[in-house]
Design a protein around this ligand. Structure first.
Ligand SMILES: C[S@@+](CC[C@H](N)C(=O)[O-])C[C@H]1O[C@@H](n2cnc3c(N)ncnc32)[C@H](O)[C@@H]1O
Length: 254
């Protein structure tokens, strides 16, 4: 097994998001692990290769590809995630074992390119802790989809002196807008869950493909914009075959 694993935040799809620190750390790895094209949205798999080509050039360490397993939708959510993480850890481990045949010696370090920042709705750290024997872990921070959203809309994330919360579409549908905050950022929402709030007084700042050349943003009063976002999202998803979007909701007149 490797002695050290680097989990490297790469931002949200723009090679310009990749920091100098990330580039140095990628170059320092003995191998890079990348999910195979087809095992996730193909544009995203391609982008990891593109980042290596463009930013590391001749210093790119050997790249080993692996297939991401599928999470079992029939199991309850938390137990499905647990089994899925275990399966991914096994695949990382097996892929690292094959590295010796590719690079001639057993690798001491391996790097993974993590979308956005490794701390935000990403389980790479949890999966890494399942590796046996446990390697040392180095984390390189990256630009998150939330930062790409607030930059695109030119807005601060919080109101003056106010807290904000970050949650998921699933949580918004299940629990509504939390009482504890006036600003809520929603990620991982394939169902436009803001539609459950249209009767209430919120503004929305929405963005898809943030940081990428296809970036789309819309902002305004939620009841007036909800249907437009739903339609824009549907059309863009059909056009590109995939979509990732993030939005910020703020109570009016706070
Ligand atoms: C598994 S989470 C990963 C978040 C990532 N670690 C980060 O720091 O942004 C995936 C979610 O991030 C958001 N996301 C990631 N990239 C995005 C992008 N380019 N544009 C809009 N939303 C994005 C979406 O809400 C998506 O459902």
């Amino acid at each position: 097994m490797i002695a050290e694993l680097f989990l490297i935040g790469i931002g949200t799809g723009n090679p310009g998001h990749v920091t100098h620190q990330a580039i140095s750390q990628l170059k320092a790895a003995d191998i890079i692990l990348i999910p195979r094209k087809g095992s996730e949205k193909s544009d995203l798999a391609d982008l990891r290769h593109q980042i290596c080509d463009e930013l590391l050039g001749a210093d790119t360490p050997p790249i080993l590809e692996f297939d991401l397993p599928i999470r079992d939708p029939a199991r309850p959510y938390l137990s499905a995630v647990d089994a899925w993480h275990e399966a991914i850890a096994d695949i990382w481990q097996d892929t690292i074992k094959t590295a010796k045949t590719v690079i001639g010696t057993a690798p001491r370090t391996a790097a993974l390119l993590v979308w956005g920042d490794p701390s935000l709705y990403d389980s790479s750290m949890r999966i890494a802790r399942r590796l046996k024997p446990a390697p040392a872990i180095t984390i390189i921070p990256g630009i998150t989809a939330i930062q790409a959203l607030t930059a695109a809309h030119k807005i601060p994330i919080n109101d003056l002196g106010s807290p904000f919360m970050i949650s998921t579409g699933r949580q918004l549908r299940a629990n509504g807008f939390p009482k504890e905050a006036d600003t809520l950022v929603i990620m991982l929402d394939g169902e436009c869950s803001f539609q459950t709030l249209v009767a209430a007084d919120f503004d929305i700042w929405w963005g898809a493909y943030l940081g990428m050349e296809n970036e789309l943003i819309l902002s305004g009063y939620l009841p007036e914009l909800a249907d437009i976002i739903v339609q824009t999202r549907k059309t863009a998803r059909q056009k590109h075959g995939w979509i990732m979007d993030t939005y910020l909701l703020r109570r009016r007149d706070v």
